[in-house]
Design a protein around this ligand. Structure first.
Ligand code: IMP
Length: 429
């Protein structure tokens, strides 16, 4: 298999980290291709919980190379903190194991300040961003005024950075937000350049070479299909392309790399979202608290990056079918089945209603979601603990019926089912 892509099929937080971790055991390279430290991928290894925001989850496997691709936006301070955290945990981070595309864009303190000022300015209409500067960094990229990781190596980098900060300061003044001191920021970024320079590479060429020589590349999507800038619930989306085809552009790979690619869609057994935007199957009150968990465990439904409680609801089968289509998924990985244990009834949205009109598809994509009502199919729940199941046959028949429903809604095989946060709490089908 030349290329494998792992994608969030919902609004992010599907549990991609642990699924990538499982596949990464067999991959030579794991590569992130979109987003920045707005992502939070949690992997539990024995008694250690790793929360990775930038470095691909594959780094936790000795021998695997981690790549940060050109589609990413990188906050160098946060990257260095993450490298340090991994080193403290005994994980070797060397220029042989960590490669950063010269074409990935830099997040600066100006992007963070602008993200916060813009969100404050939107007041009641805020998008609920993670505040990590993601939108403003991609705005600068699209406006062709961003700085890239490769620019860190250039002798005129301090002047160019100072120039972008002066431009940002003019906007910050307009918003009444505090301005930045270019001298302080430039000194910090020159120090980051020194620490990161040996990791900066032509990741696109290296990945192409790896694929040519038969190596396995695992592309790790961040966020999820419904947060994609083009295919998601615009404007309540992130600023990057999160769908599977973006793995090619975000890593600098050509179309031929996609031939025969395996595309795994990670689907949580229920639906969650962080931030604003439509969510037809959302539930509230005590039942929402039950699905969300208390927040005591790292895998409860609280944002890995922001700590915000996630909005929760029943699985939306119409959006699942949409994710299959726009990503070209070839299989599913279902996560968090164990969270549904103990429920009397489990609901799945199989179609919508708009007024009196039944809908099995969205006429104008997810932007139309705020106008629909979910139509549910109810399944009996299961009471038996599924967290120790390691084979399909060990699951209660009602849990199998629920999974069969997801398989049939998606029209795809289920490859993995996770029944708990630990590495081994997985059923392979
Ligand atoms: P931004 O990516 O920080 O600009 O945030 C835009 C929207 O995407 C907000 O609703 C965020 O909550 C959401 N978002 C961004 N990254 C993630 C993620 O990794 N998981 C879930 N939601 C995310």
């Amino acid at each position: 298999m030349p290329l494998q892509i792992v994608i969030g099929a919902q609004w992010g937080d599907e549990g991609k980290g642990r699924i990538v971790d499982w596949f990464a055991a067999q991959a030579d390279i794991t590569a992130r291709f979109n987003g920045g430290d707005n992502a939070g991928h949690t992997v539990t290894v024995s008694d250690r919980v790793f929360k990775l925001h930038l470095v691909p989850s594959g780094i936790l496997h000795t021998g695997s190379v981690a790549v940060l691709g050109s589609g990413m936006v990188i906050n160098p301070q946060r990257l260095l903190d993450e490298i340090e955290m991994l080193r403290q945990a005994g994980i070797a981070i060397t220029p042989e194991r960590l490669r950063i595309s010269y074409a990935a864009h830099l997040i600066t303190p100006a992007h963070l300040a602008l993200d916060q000022a813009l969100e404050a300015g939107r007041a009641g209409d805020s998008l609920g961003t993670t505040g990590r500067g993601i939108g403003p960094a991609y705005t600068d990229k699209a406006a062709r005024q961003g700085l890239r990781m490769g620019d860190l190596l250039s002798p005129d980098f301090p002047e160019r950075l100072a120039g972008t900060l002066e431009v940002a300061n003019r906007t910050l003044k307009l918003w009444g937000a505090p301005v930045l001191d270019p001298a302080i920021v430039c000194a910090a970024y020159c120090a980051y350049a020194e620490q990161l320079k040996e990791y900066i590479a032509d990741a696109s060429a290296e990945l192409e070479q790896a694929l040519k020589t038969g190596k396995t590349v695992l592309a790790e999507g961040a966020q999820g299909t419904l947060l994609d800038i083009d295919q998601g619930t615009y404007p309540f989306v992130t600023s990057s392309a999160c769908v599977a085809p973006a793995a090619l552009t975000g890593l600098g790979l050509g179309l031929s790399a996609a031939q025969g690619a395996r595309v795994t869609g990670v689907v949580k057994a229920f639906q969650t979202r962080v931030g604003s935007g439509p969510f037809p199957t959302e539930v509230s009150g005590k039942f929402a608290d039950r699905l969300r968990g208390s927040g005591e465990n790292p895998w409860d439904e609280y944002g890995t990056t922001t700590g915000r409680p996630r909005r929760v609801g029943w699985l939306d089968g119409v959006l699942l079918r949409y994710a299959v289509r726009v990503n070209g998924l070839t299989e599913l990985a279902i996560t968090k089945l164990d969270v549904l244990t103990g429920l009397k009834t489990i609901r799945v949205c199989t179609s919508y209603r708009a007024g009196n009109q039944p809908l099995v598809e969205l006429p104008f994509g997810p932007a139309y979601l705020s106008q629909v009502e979910p139509v549910y199919e109810d399944f009996p729940g299961w009471q038996a603990d599924v967290s120790k199941a390691r084979r399909w046959k060990q699951l209660p028949s009602t849990a199998k019926d629920y999974l069969e429903c997801l398989r049939s809604l998606a029209g795809l095989p289920i490859h993995l089912v996770s029944v708990g946060p630990e590495r081994e709490q997985l059923i392979q089908l």
